[in-house]
Design a protein around this ligand. Structure first.
Ligand code: PLP
Length: 389
């Protein structure tokens, strides 16, 4: 009988995909389902970006590209990094990746092995823990608390570091909470990391420009003292509504760049050329569609937060970033997973249970407001009447 290695018994899931599959199945059977489950913008990729990919194909860009990405795409990323962070980086430290997730994979397999410890946010993007478990390293949760506005605490994070800690994963603006960690807290963390030079940092900044109320996210790149051990994850998926293109980038310290390049050669060779041309157009082209999308998200954010707070037993703090609300449902007395499943099966509202993002997610649910205002209002009505039954 064939037998796979034990690591595959430990690998996890991203339940948002399972919920999406079930929601699609129910919709195909004729049920009216409102999907607030999946974390992808409900906007089309702007036309000029699509055109750039079509042009690249017509121009004959059909072959392999460098494992690190086209120089022109890496240069575009360096320009964009300067615009958003004020930090000059060399295109020689940029990797073009097939989406955001492969950077997560690369960083975690580089540092994870039995005996090692990796710190990750809980609640947080579920793939962090899944991949840590896969490597056999110990996954150490860093609590992300509602009373802290869903920002991480520098003090608490630093207190969890041991001589075995190899990697610290940070995410702001955050999935699933919409939390944005204030600059002062990040400064405190960086200061504290000075006495832990053995700890590498993976900063997931994929929602970097998706913030509201004049808030701006702080990039870890702005701290030169940790650059030699910092990996920054970013990508096109969310900002330019390009989830299906599988386009991401990451910024690596010199010591790790050769390693991630080799991993790319072994795993996926390179990212397809037309998407990389589209990526350049996204960065260098007009940003008015992005602005329009963010204005729509902002309006829906108000609608969702107001609507949730009007429901008995639910309270929701205003998210400062990304496009998720993470309401507290503890007063309803219902376990989050059961409630999420009932809302999908009985009320036709797809959303994700907090525990799908970690044990500290119990008592919460995640709503993605990447849906029309009208649908959000209908979903809120359904949730309210379901709870009142
Ligand atoms: N990081 C975070 C925090 C995310 O929420 C997501 C997607 O939901 C990703 C990374 C992965 O992005 P991609 O779809 O480009 O792999």
């Amino acid at each position: 009988m064939i037998q796979t290695i034990s690591a595959f018994e430990r690998i996890g899931e991203e339940n948002a995909f399972a919920v999406l599959a079930r929601a699609t199945e129910l919709a195909q059977s004729g049920k009216d389902i409102i999907n607030l489950g999946i974390g992808q913008p409900d906007f089309r990729t702007p036309d000029h970006i699509v055109e750039a990919a079509i042009k690249a194909l017509r121009d004959g860009h059909h072959g392999y590209t460098p494992a690190t990405g086209l120089l022109a795409t890496r240069e575009a990323v360096a320009r964009r990094t300067f615009t958003t962070t004020g930090v000059e980086i060399s295109p020689e430290c940029v990797m073009i990746m097939p989406g955001g997730k492969p950077t997560m994979y690369a960083a975690i397999v580089m540092f994870g092995e039995p005996g090692a410890e990796i710190l990750y946010p809980d609640p947080g993007f579920p793939i962090y823990k899944s991949m840590i478990d896969f490597t056999g390293a110990k996954a150490v949760p860093v609590p992300i608390r509602e009373e802290n506005g869903f920002a991480f605490s520098a003090e608490e994070t630093l207190s969890l570091i041991t001589p075995r800690t190899r990697l610290l994963i940070l995410n702001s603006p955050a999935n699933p909470t919409g939390g944005v960690t204030p600059r002062a807290e990040i400064e405190k963390l960086v200061k504290g990391l000075a006495v832990h030079p053995h700890v590498a940092i993976l900063s997931d900044e994929i929602y970097d420009v998706m913030t509201y109320d004049g808030e701006s996210a702080t990039s870890l790149l702005q701290f030169p003292e940790i650059r030699d051990r910092l990996i920054v994850l970013n990508g096109w998926s969310k900002t330019w509504a390009m989830t299906g293109w599988r386009m991401g980038w990451s910024i690596w310290p010199d010591a790790l760049y050769g390693k991630v390049r080799k991993l790319a050669v072994n795993c996926w060779s390179c990212v397809n050329a037309p998407s990389q041309y589209a990526g350049i157009a996204a960065i260098d082209g007009p940003q008015d569609e992005v602005d329009r999308m963010m204005r729509a998200f902002d309006r829906r954010r108000q609608v969702v937060v107001e609507g949730l707070n009007a429901i008995d037993g639910i309270s929701c703090i205003t998210p400062k970033g990304a496009f998720y609300a993470f309401p507290n449902i503890k007063e309803t007395g219902r376990p989050a997973k059961k409630l999420a499943s009932q809302l999908l099966e009985e009320a036709g509202v797809a959303l994700i249970a907090g525990p799908d993002f970690g044990t500290l997610g119990e008592g919460y649910i995640r709503l993605s407001y990447a849906n029309s205002e009208e649908n959000i209002l209908r979903a809120l009505e359904r949730i309210e009447s379901f709870l009142a039954r």
